[in-house]
Design a protein around this ligand. Structure first.
Ligand code: SF4
Length: 327
């Protein structure tokens, strides 16, 4: 494959619609002065919140599960032992600027640093992305040389932040590599900006020969509203399997009722709960930490109250292990 340039074009809705000002969001959510004083004064990882998610948040509370996921609290400024910039050592698995090769048979493409929203617990919030327009020849050459790679994982950032034309260029390049069998998207766009799953994007996906998978990252049942479910159905009508991975987050999904309701809302929407991740200890996220044992209790609860296919696997990422570690 000859030289190809992927421009890091942001999908147009991001800049137009999102809250990026704490002051503006505080007014919108009618936060009291006391609540406002609990918000981080300055944050390395900026507020970036789709308006539709803000509209689903309860007013004047810090306890809303969506608020907790997306709004920086003062706790982020704590220096907690063991919470570090790159908790899963991504940088040491970087083979080319946009390519990580960590596990056998799979490689991860860092499409962009841009996301539909900024999640406060994101383990890649400090990652030194290559954000300028980039020649991807070396990345494609690496994939071609490594014939054991059967699956390419589109991550980031969020791959759906790229324009359709950039994504098309990328997907067609993967389609042309014979040993790549599967293309996996990891994305929160269907949850934050479901209108991204529009007719031109679906037409683009339909034109790809390799099997596509979508992994959405849903942490709370409140994220699955009618528009989100409709967007997911549009994807599943193309024969794209939909799976979910959640992160176990204090004050968001660490109680039985919420966790069961998340699993059931997912299977009702045609999404298989796949992983429940223990939090990666990234700096600034210690207030989200939930112990592993609590994760086991929640999994057991779902197992005892719902169908087998609604039970995710509890996992942790341990840098250097040949796979995720099942707990
Ligand atoms: S969408 Fe994913 S990559 Fe982006 S901030 Fe959230 S967790 Fe991180």
């Amino acid at each position: 494959m000859t030289l190809s340039i992927i421009k890091p074009t942001l999908w147009r809705q991001i800049q137009r619609e999102n809250f990026t000002s704490i002051q503006e969001l505080s007014e919108f959510l009618e936060l009291s002065e006391e609540h406002q004083s609990r918000i981080a004064k300055s944050s390395r990882f900026a507020l970036n919140l789709p308006r539709r998610l803000a509209r689903k948040m309860a007013k004047n509370t810090l306890d809303d599960p969506l608020f907790r996921q997306f709004v920086p609290l003062a706790e982020e400024e704590l220096n907690s032992p063991g919470f570090v910039a790159d908790p899963v050592c991504d940088n040491s698995f970087r083979k080319e600027k946009k390519l990580l090769h960590k596990y056998h048979g799979r490689a991860l493409w860092l499409t962009t640093s841009a996301c539909a929203m900024h999640c406060r617990y994101c383990f890649r919030q400090n990652f030194p992305y290559e954000s300028a327009a980039t020649d991807i020849t070396k990345e494609l050459d690496y994939l071609k040389e490594h014939t054991e790679i059967q699956e390419i994982i589109l991550s980031g950032g969020d791959p759906l932040s790229l324009s359709d034309s950039s994504l098309k260029e990328l997907l067609q390049a993967f389609d042309a590599i014979p040993h790549i069998q599967r293309i996996r998207f990891h994305t929160r766009f269907p949850l934050g900006i479901p209108e991204r799953i529009d007719a031109p994007f679906l037409a683009l996906l339909s034109g790809i020969q390799k099997q596509i998978y979508f992994i959405i990252h849903c942490n709370h049942p409140k994220e699955l509203d009618a528009d989100v479910i409709a967007a997911l159905k549009r994807l599943s009508k193309l024969g794209i399997p939909l799976l979910n991975q959640s992160v176990l987050l204090k004050g968001v999904n660490d109680d039985e009722k919420t966790f069961l309701s998340l699993s059931e809302a997912l299977i009702n929407a045609g999404v298989i709960p796949y992983y429940l991740h223990v939090l990666d200890p990234v700096a600034g996220a210690s207030h989200f930490m939930v112990e592993e044992e609590r994760g086991r209790e929640l999994i057991r609860y779902v197992q005892e109250h719902s169908s087998g296919y609604s039970v995710p696997r509890l996992v942790r990422e341990i840098a250097g292990s040949p796979s995720k570690t099942f707990l």
